[in-house]
Design a protein around this ligand. Structure first.
Ligand code: NAP
Length: 245
């Protein structure tokens, strides 16, 4: 159980982040949920409160250092502590390398990688003082494998793995664990535009024979956030139906 724990989940307005926030609340955690748009966060807060947990919605652009600092300040002001940080906010701006614009590279790296860095930096101070904490970064299977048309996205997700391992080494002596999850292809808005043929070809490469669900990732986060995962740090947990092993 995660009773009396406070968790921040970024990109919580839909998809994997939303499902993860609800799964953490189901285990007894109070939540700070964040994304750029307020309305879906307010709906989520109401759902979490209906489960008997406390929740706070904070709008923040993951690509903004100022917003990251405001997010942590709001969490501390409301709850006085941060025990679990889930860096989940992420975007794609796909395109073949030769046609990829600087803006597409920067937007993806700023949101997916720098966004995690600034939030970890702000949270690590608190967790170090508390002498406990769990940081969980949502990377991707394509950060391990590469994927044509996603040089920016794959670079950001591979970068998250390096960030995870380095910070895990730095914070271990403070009893703060830092791990990454690499989801395979998960049924969310991010994958909803896959053409049917591509979806079939993709499914054929997945030994478990299906795309994943947000719940598959949420339950991996719950495990890494739990007391039971206290001896696990600097690891990359693949939740991908076996498509990469
Ligand atoms: P999604 O359905 O597109 O949701 C993305 C979430 O991130 C939304 O809540 C969105 O809310 C938020 N977001 C986007 N840009 C943001 C920004 N600049 N600042 C703050 N929040 C931002 O995506 P998903 O499929 O759930 O993916 C969640 C994470 O899992 C991402 O990091 C993604 O790369 C990773 N992942 C997904 C898959 C997959 O197959 N779906 C596979 C591997 C890894 P707003 O638009 O309101 O800001």
């Amino acid at each position: 159980m995660l009773t009396d724990k406070v968790a921040i989940v970024t990109g919580a307005s839909r998809g994997i982040g939303r499902c993860t926030a609800l799964a953490l609340a189901a285990q007894g955690a109070d939540l700070v949920v964040s994304a750029r748009n307020l309305e879906p966060l307010q709906t989520l807060v109401a759902e979490i409160e209906a489960m008997g947990r406390k929740a706070l919605a904070v709008t923040a652009d993951a690509a903004s250092t100022g917003d990251a600092e405001k997010l942590i300040a709001a969490a501390v002001e409301t709850f006085g502590q941060v025990d679990i940080l889930v860096n989940n906010a992420g975007i794609t701006r796909d395109g073949l390398l030769l046609r990829m614009k600087d803006e597409d590279w920067d937007a993806v790296l700023d949101t997916n990688l720098k966004g995690a860095f600034v939030l970890i930096r702000a949270t690590a101070k608190l967790m170090s003082k508390q002498r406990s904490g769990r940081i969980i970064n949502i990377s991707s299977v394509v950060g391990e494998m590469g994927n044509p048309g996603q040089a920016n996205y794959c670079a950001s997700k591979a970068g998250l793995i390096g960030l995870t391992k380095s910070v895990a080494r730095e914070l271990a002596k403070r009893n703060v664990t830092v791990n990454a999850i690499t989801p395979g292809f998960i049924e969310t808005d991010m994958t909803s535009n896959l053409p049917e043929k591509a979806r079939q070809e993709l499914t054929a490469q997945i030994p478990l024979g299906r795309l994943g669900e947000s719940e598959d990732i949420a339950q991996a986060v719950v495990f890494l956030a739990s007391e039971n995962a206290g001896y696990i740090t600097g690891q990359v947990l693949g939740v991908n139906g076996g498509m990469y092993m």
